[in-house]
Design a protein around this ligand. Structure first.
Ligand SMILES: Nc1ncnc2c1ncn2[C@@H]1O[C@H](COP(=O)(O)OP(=O)(O)OP(=O)(O)O)[C@@H](O)[C@H]1O
Ligand SMILES: [Mg+2]
Length: 310
């Protein structure tokens, strides 16, 4: 076990005081390479799990280890190997990005010269070198988040925790961050949380779905796909009731469109009729968004599409 390149969670449970469990018996193992992304709605327990694994919070019961180091017993040693950007992380207003990143590296034990050099490289890699010497408080929210990402990137940590790094970024910056994450994931292990399912789909090697403190599903996108009976999603502009009988599931989405999850053959039969009737539709392989809604609603949750399910 010791030294194995894995993140292992064994029955992690967390109760904040006497409130209902924020995490309930979470067990899984993932190799510590590439990108593992945790998805789940507000309050699902993503930050709680991230903080426990990053040695910032003690679990109520259960245990976890990263590369054979226990998050409780070996916390000191583990902290040298990990770097964290918590969800609520903020930059210090009166410091500049270069000072922010290099002081973090100094604190991690690098020399002054090396800290400055690594910091400058990281800021350049994140694409914000032109802001290096401005005061953090003068920067936009998105650039401040990029400064935080630069800190962990500049560190030598092999394991990086990023709790919702893309929140607050504009669509272009978000995509740039995805490219950066994919590049980081080639060299180190990234533990990511996000509310952007397209982001999770684009960057992750493995994905975990957390709902109400429980891990509902875990695996590659392909593994998650297999949990759904249906591989195709057909979307019609309105509540179209005049459809041939088919094998699949029909939802009325919140946006008023009809979504049908079905097999490839069934989808082809339905779309033939729609084409004949000149009804607009879109047909796509299921996305992580579809899978997430399906898995969460299957467990009795109330996801967006589930509410309109017939
Ligand atoms: N310090 C705390 N004290 C009491 N309850 C807490 C505390 N931190 C979190 N909780 C509760 O634990 C549950 C899980 O919260 P957590 O922050 O882990 O969720 P999350 O998945 O990160 O949510 P979000 O997507 O909104 O960031 C929630 O019900 C939350 O209210
Ligand atoms: Mg959170």
């Amino acid at each position: 076990m010791s030294g194995s390149a894995e993140l292992v969670s064994r029955g992690l449970t967390k109760a904040y005081g006497r409130r209902k469990l924020a995490l309930s018996d979470v067990s899984f193992a993932v190799p510590t390479r590439g990108i593992f992304t945790l998805i789940g709605r507000n309050g699902a327990g993503k930050t709680t799990l991230t903080r426990i694994l990053a040695t910032l919070l003690e679990p109520t019961s259960g245990s976890a280890s990263i590369d054979g180091l226990d998050v409780m017993a070996d916390a000191r040693k583990l902290r040298e190997r990990i770097a964290v950007v918590p969800q609520e992380a903020r930059t210090v207003a009166w410091m500049t990005p270069i000072q922010t990143v290099s002081s973090y590296l100094l604190w991690r034990g690098h020399s002054y010269g090396e800290s400055r050099k690594r910091a400058a490289e990281a800021l350049a890699r994140v694409g914000i070198e032109k802001y290096s010497d401005r005061l953090n408080r003068m920067l936009s929210g998105g650039i401040k988040r990029k400064v935080l990402v630069s800190m962990v990137l500049a560190s030598e940590a092999r394991v990086i925790f990023l709790d919702e790094p893309s929140t607050g970024l504009d669509p272009i910056s978000r995509r740039e961050l995805w490219d950066l994450l994919i590049a980081i994931g080639k060299e180190r292990f990234v533990f990511l949380t996000t509310h952007y399912l397209e982001e999770a789909e684009q960057v992750s090697n493995r994905i975990g779905i957390l709902e109400d403190g429980k891990l509902l599903s875990m695996g590659t996108l392909e593994d998650l796909r297999k949990e759904m009976k249906y591989g195709y999603s057909l979307v019609l502009p309105q509540a179209n009731s005049d459809l041939p009988a088919f094998v699949g599931e029909r939802y009325l989405r919140r946006d008023g469109q009809t979504q049908i999850l079905t097999t490839e053959d069934e989808a082809l039969a339905i779309t033939r009729k729609l084409v004949e009737e000149r009804v607009r539709f879109s047909l796509n392989p299921v996305t992580l968004d579809d899978i997430f809604n399906y898995i969460v609603s299957r467990e009795g949750g109330t996801s967006g599409t589930e509410e309109g399910r017939r």
